[in-house]
Every structure is written in structure tokens, then in C-alpha cells.
Design a protein around this ligand. Structure first.
Ligand code: ADP
Length: 283
């Protein structure tokens, strides 16, 4: 079962009067349970693709299907772009003359923010924790941001207060921070902060976790431990979480069972490693 399908994805950035073609006609699938990497040298388009999958950046053309939602269906991407959170459309001549600026169409905005909460978890290289909150509070945080938007619904929203507490404590144990539960994130080491960020990404039970160079700010021992933790979480049959990395770290690439290799914005190899064993024994 595909959790992410991207087809003919292109992304151009304006560069003076010209354009940089950062991503050129990229298509691939991510199946449920994969430990997958988008890999390539610096400037090859990894972060741009991950940002488009994370619905942080808008494609110039192509489609992204998350779960069973075709995110940009019915939207004329060729005719629109987002600048400073404003949807800029030159849909007809009158608008083009006025360079009409509107907010992102409300329906698409709801779809994007909803899918981000219900389907995607994010791990950043700079951890992005809230320093004044303790470990428990940082992990619990995404559960506090609720909306009436049905697309944004997480299964955890229906938990009782006690069930939510147990779930957060379970994740704290999973990432090995039980003794640090009440410590502020500013008191933690880099490796511990990334563990908090991993638990926070898992807290809404989003089926897909996106991680942009998650070991870039860690020393090699902490990187090893964080990678092994993520692999264990990926292989956990109860959690069933798919991981997608953007990385040029060979250690991550070696641990992945699906690697999309990029060069200059194009796929050079969509590699499924032999012997990858989704929800089987970890190697
Ligand atoms: P990678 O993550 O593999 O290092 P990126 O996705 O960051 O690559 O960048 C791919 C290409 O797109 C590069 O040529 C980069 O300079 C260009 N690029 C990325 N973001 C922007 C931007 N916001 N504006 C202009 N060009 C950009």
C-alpha cells in the first residue's frame, strides 16, 4: 500500500529573470513501512522534494498523493504560486494585470494543514523544541493544537485524558527518556533533544515521518544511536511508522530499504534493496 505517491513533480525557483529547475519530472512511491531515503549531493533537490512531500513547499507542476488524498487535485498549479503565505494567481487577464493576491484558497489550505497533522510527522536537524517546556510537554504539544477540520483528525484526539497521558509516557519510554520526563528541553544534550523530537513526531500517530538530515547536528555516537532508534521504531509492528529521510549521510542510506538517488533534480536510480524486509526482522 502506497502512503505517498508523487508523479511528474517539478519545482522551479525564480533566479533573477531566469529560473532554477530544482526538481525535474520526479516520480516515485513510498510504501507503508519503508525506511526510505532521498539521497544525493548538495543541491540535487532532496530538501525541495521533502518540503513538497511535507506540504511546506508548493510544486510547480505534478501531483502528490498522501494516503488517498490527491493534494492539488482541482488546483491549477501552473497558474499560481505561494509568496509569503499568499496565493498569487494570474488566472485570468484581469487578475494578471492586477497581479491579484489572495490567500491560499481556503479549501486547499484546510486540506494541507489537515494532512500535515493527520498524516505527517516532522523531525528537523535543529530539533525545534520549545525550550521552556519539559520533555513531556514538548511531546504532548501537537495534541493540544486541535481544529474542527475533519482532515486534521488524529486517532489520539479520541483518547481520554488518562489514555493520552499513558500514550505520551509510553513514547517517552520508547525513546529512552523516562528519567528525563520533567526536565526542560534546554537542559538536554543534542541526542536527547532529537529523541524528544522523534517522540513528538510520533505522538499524533501520523503514518509517515519526514526527517531532513536528522543527524546533521549530532556527533557520530549520537547519530548511530538515533538512527538505530528510528529503525527500531520503524520495525515496531504496533507503531507501523514509515520514515522518509533527505540525506547525504551514507550511514542512513546504508540502513534504508528504499533509496531514491538524485542528481541535478532528477532521479538517477530508484533503488529497492534486496533483502529489505518490511515489518520483518531488523537487520
Ligand atoms: P539539496 O537538499 O539536495 O541540497 P535543495 O533542494 O536545497 O538541494 O536545492 C536544489 C536546488 O534548488 C539548488 O540549486 C538550490 O540552489 C535551489 N534552491 C533551493 N531552494 C531555493 C530557493 N528558495 N530559491 C532559489 N533556489 C533554491
Amino acid at each position: 500500500m502506497s502512503v505517498i505517491t508523487i508523479s511528474h513533480l517539478c519545482k522551479n525557483y525564480p533566479l533573477g529573470k531566469q529560473e532554477v529547475q530544482a526538481v525535474k519530472d520526479v516520480s516515485f512511491n513510498i510504501e507503508r513501512g519503508e525506511f526510505a531515503a532521498i539521497s544525493g549531493p548538495s543541491g540535487s533537490g532532496k530538501s525541495t522534494i521533502l518540503n513538497m512531500i511535507g506540504l511546506i513547499d508548493l510544486p510547480t507542476s505534478g501531483s502528490i498523493i498522501i494516503g488517498d488524498t490527491d493534494v492539488y487535485k482541482g488546483i491549477n498549479l501552473a497558474d499560481a504560486e505561494v509568496q509569503n503565505d499568499r496565493w498569487v494567481s494570474s488566472g485570468n487577464e484581469k487578475d494578471a494585470k492586477k497581479k491579484k493576491r489572495t490567500t491560499i484558497p481556503a479549501k486547499l489550505d484546510r486540506r494541507i494543514t489537515g494532512l500535515r497533522r493527520s498524516h505527517l510527522g516532522f523531525i528537523f536537524q535543529t530539533f525545534n523544541l520549545i525550550p521552556v517546556l519539559n520533555v513531556y510537554e514538548n511531546i504532548e504539544f501537537p495534541l493540544l493544537i486541535k481544529s474542527k477540520n475533519p482532515v486534521a483528525k488524529s486517532p489520539v484526539d479520541d483518547f481520554s485524558k488518562k489514555e493520552k497521558e499513558d500514550w505520551v509516557n509510553f513514547l517517552i519510554e520508547k525513546v529512552g527518556l523516562t528519567d528525563w520526563r520533567d526536565h526542560k528541553s534546554s537542559e538536554l544534550s543534542g541526542g536527547q533533544r532529537q529523541r524528544v523530537a522523534i517522540a513528538r513526531a510520533l505522538v499524533t500517530k501520523a503514518p509517515v515521518i519526514l526527517a531532513d538530515e536528522p543527524t546533521a547536528n549530532l556527533d557520530s555516537e549520537n547519530s548511530k544511536q538515533i538512527l538505530s532508534l528510528m529503525k527500531d521504531l520503524n520495525r515496531d509492528k504496533d507503531l507501523q511508522t514509515t520514515f522518509i529521510f533527505s540525506t547525504h549521510d551514507a550511514r542512513i542510506v546504508n540502513m534504508c530499504d528504499h533509496v531514491v538517488h538524485l542528481l541535478d533534480g532528477k532521479i538517477t536510480n530508484d533503488e529497492y534493496k534486496t533483502g529489505s524486509d518490511i515489518y520483518g526482522e531488523a537487520d
